[in-house]
Design a protein around this ligand. Structure first.
Ligand code: DGJ
Length: 346
């Protein structure tokens, strides 16, 4: 064999051994690598977008949108870039260490036949979040349920007595009589839970106290960031201060994040500015907020979760997880090419 051929063969072997592409192989390393493909313990790309994480009895459960594999531009919505994919329902992955995730299946399945069902795959099922109600022993899921053109603007509720499903769908509503699109849930230390959602055509963010069983709005709510067009809300609490991360409204395209602080969940909220630092901080590292996870049994350990949407191939959207740093009460989320959970949170 000629010298040149040996050289090229060696290059090919090295490339193949490296997978030809940067991937996060959960089975062989313990690093978080933001923005790369993240594989589950079966070697499949994790499909849990717009997600949130529940910690329950020693295990983390990651719930998210299970996206279909054919993205199309919805011709029935000419006014904005309404890229769509079939709604696959809500997926769940479990983990003990936040790095290695096992697929638990679809815990809320999309409907395949009945086109009138709100869960039909042609509709929109986004941003599912699950909290546990200790007094009823029920896992309660809220999610954004919409028509194919996002005109329905409703919130759906589903329940289960186990974190891994199957969740029973109870139906949808316009909470407090108003539109509801991007949303999250927050359960406070006192057991009260809140539904936080973009309302009034995404112009104003509502914070709504739920009933004690978490299944309905209690009727107590506040209008926040009025006419400021905030979406993708993510809430956490530290030292009796509440934090709310959000994005602007630019469809699947990234924009600058913002955080706000309050002494009470219902407000008043003070806007603090962009928490992101470093490379591409002005566009949230090309991501959009979805959740902030307090790491269990660790003081001051919070992870900010963002989706890095790929609008023309939505199933290939990636995840950006970064640690939240505190200076006094202020926060900063710095870009990291990769980071080791165990080393950052000691
Ligand atoms: C932005 C939202 O944050 C996403 O969840 C999704 O609804 C897209 N808009 C749709 O364009």
């Amino acid at each position: 064999m000629k010298k040149n051929s040996i050289f090229y063969l060696s290059l090919c072997l090295i490339f193949t051994a490296c997978g030809g592409q940067k991937k996060q192989d959960a089975t062989t390393n313990s690093l978080i690598i933001p923005g790369t493909q993240w594989l589950d313990t079966n070697g499949n790309h994790i499909n849990a977008h717009g997600g949130g994480i529940l910690y329950h009895e020693g295990t983390y459960y990651w719930y998210g949108e299970y996206k279909g594999d054919s993205t199309y531009w919805n011709p029935k919505v000419p006014s904005w870039e309404c890229y769509r994919t079939e709604a696959g329902g809500v997926s769940c992955y479990s983990s003990g260490d936040l790095v290695n995730w096992t697929f638990e299946g679809l815990v809320l399945k999309a409907e395949q036949n009945d086109t009138t069902s709100e869960l039909h795959y042609s509709h929109v099922l986004e941003r599912p979040k699950v909290i546990y109600n200790a007094s009823t022993g029920t896992f309660v899921m809220w999610l954004h349920v919409d028509s194919h053109d996002y005109a329905k603007a409703a919130a759906g509720v589903a329940v289960c007595d186990s974190p891994t499903g199957d969740f029973q769908y109870l139906g949808s509503m316009r909470p407090n009589g108003q539109m509801s699109r991007d949303m999250t849930l927050f359960k406070d230390d006192d057991g009260r839970a809140y539904h936080i959602y973009s309302s009034e055509n995404n112009q104003t963010l509502y914070i709504s106290l739920l009933t004690d069983d978490y299944l309905q709005p209690s009727g107590i709510f506040t209008r926040n960031f009025v006419d400021q067009s905030r979406e993708a809300p993510a809430v956490f609490k530290r030292k009796n201060k509440y934090y709310l991360l959000s994005s602007g409204c630019t469809g699947w395209d990234p924009n600058q994040a913002e955080y706000a602080m309050a002494d009470s969940m219902l407000g008043a909220w003070t806007v603090m500015g962009n928490p992101c630092r470093g490379k591409d901080a002005g566009v949230t590292f090309y991501g959009q907020s979805t959740f902030v996870l307090p790491v269990a049994h660790q003081k001051d350990a919070y992870i900010a979760l963002f989706d890095k949407w790929n609008k023309t191939d939505l199933i290939d959207s990636r995840y950006i997880w970064l640690p939240v740093a505190f200076k006094g009460d202020s926060i900063a989320i710095g870009w990291k090419e990769k980071w080791d959970l165990a080393k950052v949170f000691q």
